[in-house]
Ligand binder design. Structure first.
Ligand code: BGC
Length: 417
């Protein structure tokens, strides 16, 4: 991989105060990138750091969306033994910074002019109290619908652009004995679908009011009733074995033709690419029904804990690496996301990434670039958990939409106090 290694090595050496050839300390990195495509993307970083004599101690905690990783991280920090860096979503970066556990990488960020090359929404999550505490590696879009093109073609179906069209297409597939929707019944996956339905039925302003502002009137509205009605309809389009299934196994069902569609973020593309299929051709990518023009986003950050000495030098080397345009280009191509740096040329990326880049520009211009609730960019962890609980309970029972809306309002109200 051409990462301008000699220039970077010199920079590392300068930061570390080491003679060329000497090795810096290892970085110990806690993350939840354990699916095939995710691990391949992480390898890009491991190799880059190895080229700079920075060793890698891996601390993977399986579990999409990062809930299990958060629990492990809390235990490590409570024991006074934080990792050098941890993969975190935006709201958690903020919460860890508030706790006072994160270090300060402002000097590096200023030197590299990070603020000039990153979108304001990303800078906002990477900084706390005027200091840089984390480095962003990607921008993911959770509101995609992935479609097995061959199944649609064989059955004369058109990709659905509204929830009503989705229901028609799904009913037609079901009639032919094809599972319409690949889904993994884990709270964060239910919430990924819920985000899509709230945005698709309510629009950007409703999503902002209900989800980002946690406005109780919006949460208790008729629109939210319709959202739960649609969630109930979707429950009828998943197979019997959905419970507890990992997201990448649900993606595999679409790739191998066991199911026709999946509502999932573009990390699914990592799996598509690894299966030697072409995103945008074999597997179509369109915005989740009703969400064209809006862009839900989430960014993975490496947040840097407060460490000293050799560990700090290795940490700085890692921060410089992940923010470099060369790394961001190589990593995001494999990960399925787009680089957060606005100055990276992605004209050699796949069609879905090119569409993502176009769509994010359009959404930002129209005030429709919105943080994802399911993926930690909309709410505090306590409100997020409260919403997850209601959504998952509703999805896995015969709870009525009326009861779900009532519970949602109560849960968010008490979690917000
Ligand atoms: C992360 C992605 C990850 C996905 C599934 C999301 O919250 O942002 O990087 O691939 O979860 O694990």
């Amino acid at each position: 991989m051409a990462l301008g290694k000699s220039a970077r090595l010199l920079a590392t050496v300068a930061v570390c105060g080491l003679a060329t050839g000497a090795s810096a300390a290892d970085v110990e990195v806690l993350h939840w990138w354990t699916a095939g495509g995710e691990a391949a993307a992480l390898n890009v970083l491991k190799e880059d750091l190895a080229g700079q004599s920075v060793g890698w101690e891996d601390m993977p905690v399986a579990g999409g969306g990062g809930a299990a990783a958060t629990t492990t991280l809390k235990a490590r920090v409570a024991a006074g033994n934080p990792p050098t860096a941890a993969q975190l979503l935006g709201m958690s970066v903020r919460e860890w910074a508030q706790e006072g556990s994160l270090g300060d990488i402002t000097a590096l960020a200023d030197e590299g002019n990070w603020a000039d090359v990153l979108p304001p929404a990303v800078v906002d999550f990477a900084t706390y109290d005027g200091k840089w505490v984390a480095a962003p590696v990607n921008i993911h879009r959770p509101n995609w619908l992935w479609i097995n093109a061959a199944i649609f073609e064989e059955n004369g179906l058109t990709p659905p652009t509204t929830w009503e069209e989705f229901n028609t297409v799904a009913a037609a597939l079901q009639e032919k004995g094809i599972t319409p929707l690949a889904h993994g019944g884990q709270p964060w996956q239910d919430a990924t679908v819920f985000d899509d339905v709230v945005l698709g039925l309510g629009g950007a302003d409703f999503y902002r009011k209900a989800i980002i502002e946690a406005d109780l009137d919006a949460l208790g509205s008729d629109t939210m009733l319709q959202v739960f009605d649609q969630m109930r309809t979707l429950r009828g389009y998943v197979d019997d074995n959905f419970s507890g299934r990992d997201w990448n196994l649900a993606t595999a069902m679409v790739l191998n033709g066991e199911a026709a569609m999946q509502l999932m973020g573009d990390w699914a593309k990592g799996e598509i690419i690894r299966a030697d299929m072409v995103p945008g051709e074999d597997i179509l990518c369109i915005p989740a029904p009703g969400t064209a023009g809006s862009y839900l986003f989430n960014t993975d950050f490496f947040a840097f804990f407060d460490v000293t000495g050799d560990m700090k030098a290795a940490q700085d080397a890692m921060a410089n690496s992940v923010i470099s345009p060369e790394f961001q280009h190589a990593f995001n191509k494999v990960k399925g996301s787009i680089p957060p740096r606005t100055d990276v040329d992605i004209s050699d990326y796949d069609a879905c990434a090119l569409k993502a880049k176009e769509d994010i520009a359009e959404a930002s211009a129209n005030d429709a670039l919105l943080g994802s609730l399911a993926h930690g960019h909309a709410q505090t962890s306590s409100v997020q958990r409260a919403i997850f609980d209601v959504v998952t309970e509703h999805f896995n029972s015969d709870m009525s939409s009326e009861d779900a809306v009532e519970e949602l309002v109560l849960a968010v109200e008490s979690a917000s106090i």
